[in-house]
Write a protein that binds this ligand. Structure first.
Ligand code: SF4
Length: 279
């Protein structure tokens, strides 16, 4: 490698507004009540989780553990059963559900009211998808083209997608279902921050010598972005923090694109950028 590396960071890399707002709400609530609980982590990022713990924002396993402070329902939505349970137990709820997730709940109910068989394109077991599925009876989750093929013939179907799905995966699944479903109605519920993030990463991966994606290995959203970037640029690498950056990746490179999963905080992205610039 010779000369200085030109580093371009995706304009909207990192937290989406839904996660940003949820974190703000958690901080405000903890400051007001001294403490706030969450059923599971607010984002799949270890640094964010430990920062929040320091502010008395605690992860609990059950609503029964919320004895002395309210519970924050996270950005990606919560199953109706838990809302009911919280009401029955008199637990205070701070609702941080993203408005775009509520929109998916609304759309799936509308499709169900039209007597369609319901499909959700999304990851099995992901909290957002589980909460979407719980909005209507008998919704089927499809995560791969193979699962779509296995569905067989359907007369009337209504389909939504998880907000962070990859456009290409959704398109492939819809193409398969179009051959199998007589009357298909698809509402594209991939949210606009996700689409924007995917578009920006594609642009950067195509024009830069090396592409770096910042995000936790436990984040499905980051994994998808890495996959998208890799199809356009084989020199794509995922890092969790600045320490993961390997000087060997930048041999003969002149330009580097940097993006991040929706659960990566700004300071972490900046640390990675500084590390690359120092090479
Ligand atoms: S990824 Fe999209 S839907 Fe999910 S919290 Fe962020 S903005 Fe909302």
């Amino acid at each position: 490698m010779s000369g200085k590396l030109l580093v371009t960071v995706a304009k909207d890399a990192g937290f989406c507004f839904g996660v940003r707002d949820a974190i703000e709400k958690a901080k405000e609530t903890a400051a007001k009540h001294g403490k706030v609980y969450m059923l599971g982590n607010i984002v799949h990022n270890e640094r964010v989780v430990s920062d929040l713990e320091k502010r008395n924002i605690r992860v609990i396993k059950s609503l029964y553990d919320a004895t002395d402070a309210p519970v924050l329902f996270r950005a990606h939505g919560t199953i109706p059963e838990l809302w009911q349970k919280a009401a029955d137990q008199g637990v205070g709820i701070i609702d941080a559900t993203c408005p775009l997730v509520y929109e998916i709940h609304h759309e799936i109910k509308k499709l169900h009211a039209e007597n369609r068989r319901i499909f959700i394109i999304g990851d099995h077991g992901h909290d957002e998808v589980v909460a979407i599925q719980a909005q209507v009876p008998d919704a089927t989750i499809i995560s791969t083209p193979d699962e779509a093929r296995a569905i067989g013939r359907v007369k009337q179907a209504g389909i939504v997608s998880q907000s962070t799905q990859m456009m290409e995966n959704v398109q492939e699944i819809i193409n398969i279902l179009m051959m199998q479903v007589f009357d298909l109605k698809f509402v594209n519920t991939i949210c606009f921050p996700t689409r924007r993030n995917q578009d920006q990463i594609k642009e950067l991966a195509a024009v830069n010598d090396v592409m770096i994606v910042v995000g936790s290995y436990t984040s499905a959203n980051t994994k998808r972005l890495v996959f998208v970037a890799k199809t356009l640029n084989p020199r794509t690498y995922q890092v969790e923090d600045a320490d993961d950056v390997d000087i060997e990746w930048f041999k003969e490179a002149k330009s580097v694109g940097v993006s991040a999963g929706a659960s990566s905080p700004d300071d972490l992205i900046q640390e990675v950028v500084q590390r690359i610039k120092s090479i």
